[in-house]
Design a protein around this ligand. Sequence first.
Ligand code: GLU
Length: 304
Amino acid sequence: MTVPTAPYIGRFAPSPSGPLHMGSLVAAMASYLDAKVHQGTWLLRIEDLDYDRNVEGADMAILASLQRCGMHWDGEATWQSRRLPLYQAALQRLKDDGLVYACGCSRKEIADSNLRAGVTKNGVAVYPGTCRHGLAPGKEARALRLRVPQATHATYRFIDRWQGQQQQDISAEVGDFIVLRGDGFWAYQLAVVVDDGAQAITHIVRGADLLDSTPRQLYLQAVLGLPQPQFMHVPVVNNELGEKLSKQTGALAFDTGMEAATLLSAALLPTARFLGLDVRADNIDDFWRQAIPAWAQRLSHLPK
Ligand code: GLU
């Protein structure tokens, strides 16, 4: 097992919209193993800014599940809802740089203009730039949007450690995107970039459902003067209908009252196999003892 020497700070950043389930366990395990293989730090951040989707008690349930699985984070866990001044300061900087404008468009209006602008890979309408040069008369500001570079300057390229070479033309494929939502909630894209910067994260390991967000985050890092971490997007677990496993699609919490051995075979072993790790443990300590070198081995087989 080769151990890189550069400092490594990773993180797992679950949203408390439900308990940890098989889908989120994949992201947790991959980011934990990657930090361990690099002898790095692994931070835990609860991303609880979407107050409509937060489920009461889910944050503490996630922390407890991670502990039960033997995934212990470094330092204190953080909650985004306790860090609001950081997002405000970042927004102020973007405003001072003339990069933010008020948008009065409803979702329906944006969807109706799809014919012109198209839809993103996630099926969300590309923002056609309607309010870029000012709110239309009679429209009220709803959200704040960030101007993205146009045409030839809008393509962001990066090498994903799992998925390989990626590129996205943000202006054509997403459009100017929201940093402060119409309901007053901070947008995920802004908050995640501000926190990854503030916590000096060097490596982001998370589910491939967020691959599409990465160019927006690279752009935000650039305009906020933050360093760029390395990215790795691991496959996401789908249910039989091909939907990403989540609480909404019926994933079960796996750990209520389970003993270590049951937990291992019910959650940890299948998760490791899903990530391509050959581990055959019968207790949690043994599992991690095998999984860490297995992850190092797995990394050496990823496309260069
Ligand atoms: N909070 C996000 C989620 O649970 C993950 C954010 C990230 O890892 O960048 O899907």
